[in-house]
Ligand binder design. Sequence first.
Ligand code: NAI
Length: 309
Amino acid sequence: MISIIGAGKVGSDSAFNILRFRISDVVLIDIAEDLARGEALDMMQAAPAIEFDGRVKGTSSFSEMEGSEVVVVVAGAGRRPGMTRFDLMSVNSKIVKSVVKEVVRYAPQCKLMVVTNPVDIMTYIAYKESGFERNRVFGMGNILDTMRFRSYIATELGVSREDIRALVIGEHGDSMVPLVDYATVSGIPIKDLLEKEQIEKIVNLTKTSGADVIKLKGTTKYAPAVVIAIIVDAVLRGRNRVMSVSTLLKGEYGFSDISIGVPVILGKNGVERILELKLSSEAKKQFMRSASIIKCMINRLRNASKKHQ
Ligand code: NAI
């Protein structure tokens, strides 16, 4: 069984994907109890049509997550007009801290997946607040970026998206690093198939892809929700999939005490292993910039909370 905390747009759509892909039963928790219950009821009414037997329970009671193998934290606000990125970070860090306390209380053995933005910072907060081993706390961001990267490569080449393999590392945000050197089409490096200008266009589209959706409809939902289901599947079934997640570094890539997206093996214990790649000097430079942006945000948040103590 898994639990999702936050029954908003992304949380409820993730729950539905987990059910219809027949991955697990789901407990959907939100402080807005009617929303959680209503979403669950709506999903169950779809079950006969697509014939899934899984169950979903909508509730505002955190104790219902007891025994969950995976808990997904997707509670929190999106950025509203007039809100700075820092305002959003302050609001969501309080929410994440409060729900992580409940996770520790009711599902102390779980793997904890953080989705709330800014996800690298929220993952760091969840790690610190939970006291869990670092392998059990990770954030979803770069896998979504990778899906977008793959999708744009496929479109540019006019080939099946299934044949594209790629990685994005770094912050889930403007400073992300799509790794061109590791992007292939059925093993063929994209550098052999695309011109420099085409690759630049793809990289730029990947970086702005989330913001492009938000500009049009105010939020993203389908892509993150499907990625959450895929990660839950990788962990529950111990599939040892190779993906980028935000995880706490302890010296890997030359950084410590920071959560940032890097490739890992994702399995039964969460992050089974961090994979340290050889990066080109340009990619290394970009990754360092990304890490320093995250570090800076963590420090700002830390200083602001000290001031309020
Ligand atoms: P939403 O506003 O539709 O839903 C958020 C839900 O959280 C609301 O239903 C609210 O009642 C609930 N909530 C707030 N405080 C809570 C608490 N203390 N306990 C339980 N529930 C609580 O927002 P949406 O669109 O679902 O996005 C949620 C978060 O996910 C945002 O921070 C968003 O930026 C982030 N996100 C992250 C992505 C990623 O790739 N990491 C992708 C898409 C969204």
